[in-house]
Design a protein around this ligand. Structure first.
Ligand SMILES: Nc1ncnc2c1ncn2[C@@H]1O[C@H](COP(=O)(O)OP(=O)(O)OP(=O)(O)O)[C@@H](O)[C@H]1O
Ligand SMILES: [Mg+2]
Length: 244
């Protein structure tokens, strides 16, 4: 896929979070977004997901202009798979029901075909035995697997991940990172905000480094790590790679 953002700005009150952000990526399959906390990564991803409107600027995905009226946004959101750090599962519904809900209500599946699709994705992520459990009865890793299962059940055009492992312990983190690797190897396009630099390096083919609401540097992943150009990226990598 390709992403193109042109002079995108977004403020919350006095706080300018995206500061005339522009980027035009080449074709990629897996894009890693890295950068310091508060730099605007999540805000940019939410705009790409159609969950947030920019105050100005243009967003194109594969050359197609994203239109920010209610109807267009609704269609767009339904075509994208999103997985965020806090699971976003409904606590009163079982794992199975959480996956059924968007299939039936947003995508028009019948009860029978939705159930069939949901059971298939649950099995795929070894969650078959947990289908009838509610979120409170599942571990963090299982919850995140349900969230990923729900995201891919609707056959999205691409997947967006925002620090999907930040709430997980190391073992569950590997479990979820393995799934993301698998999805990538299947040829799904994805955008991933992550603070796992070694994972970004193996899983992504292109990288954006964001700070202070702008893209400071972008390029194919490996040279970004081995030959960072900007002092900001050099400083950032110096800090975060110390304990990797
Ligand atoms: N809904 C909101 N209302 C008000 N301020 C917000 C909102 N969302 C984000 N912000 C502010 O925007 C700035 C950028 O936030 P954002 O979450 O995009 O950064 P980030 O790069 O994802 O950071 P982190 O790595 O900590 O997740 C922060 O100062 C944050 O407080
Ligand atoms: Mg964030």
């Amino acid at each position: 896929m390709r992403l193109s953002l042109s002079n995108v700005c977004k403020s919350y009150g006095q706080n300018q979070v995206l500061n005339s952000l522009s980027i035009e990526t080449p074709e990629f399959h897996s894009l890693a977004v890295i950068g310091p906390s508060g730099g605007g990564k999540t805000t940019m991803l939410r705009i790409i997901a159609g969950l947030e409107r920019p105050d100005c600027g243009e967003v194109r995905i594969n050359g197609e202009l994203l239109v920010f009226d209610d109807i267009s946004l609704l269609h767009h959101r339904r075509s994208v798979g999103t997985v965020f750090q806090a699971y976003n599962l409904f606590p009163h519904l079982t794992a199975l029901e959480n996956i059924l809900l968007p299939l039936k209500h947003a995508h028009g599946y019948s009860q029978v075909s939705a159930t069939q699709t949901a059971r298939t994705v649950l099995e795929r992520f070894q969650l078959g035995a947990h289908a009838d459990k509610k979120p409170a009865q599942l571990s963090g890793g299982q919850l995140q697997r349900v969230a990923i299962a729900r995201a891919i059940a609707t056959k999205p055009r691409f997947l967006l991940f925002d620090e999907p492992t930040s709430a997980l312990d190391p073992e569950m983190t590997s479990e979820v990172l393995d799934i993301i690797t698998e999805l990538r190897e299947e040829g799904r396009d994805l955008v991933l905000i992550t603070h796992h630099m070694s994972f970004a390096r193996t899983a992504a083919d292109y990288c954006l480094f964001m700070a202070n609401g702008r893209i400071i540097e972008d390029g194919p992943i490996e040279p970004m790590f081995t030959q960072p150009n900007s002092p900001e990226l050099q400083r950032f990598l110096g800090r975060v790679m110390r304990y990797q």
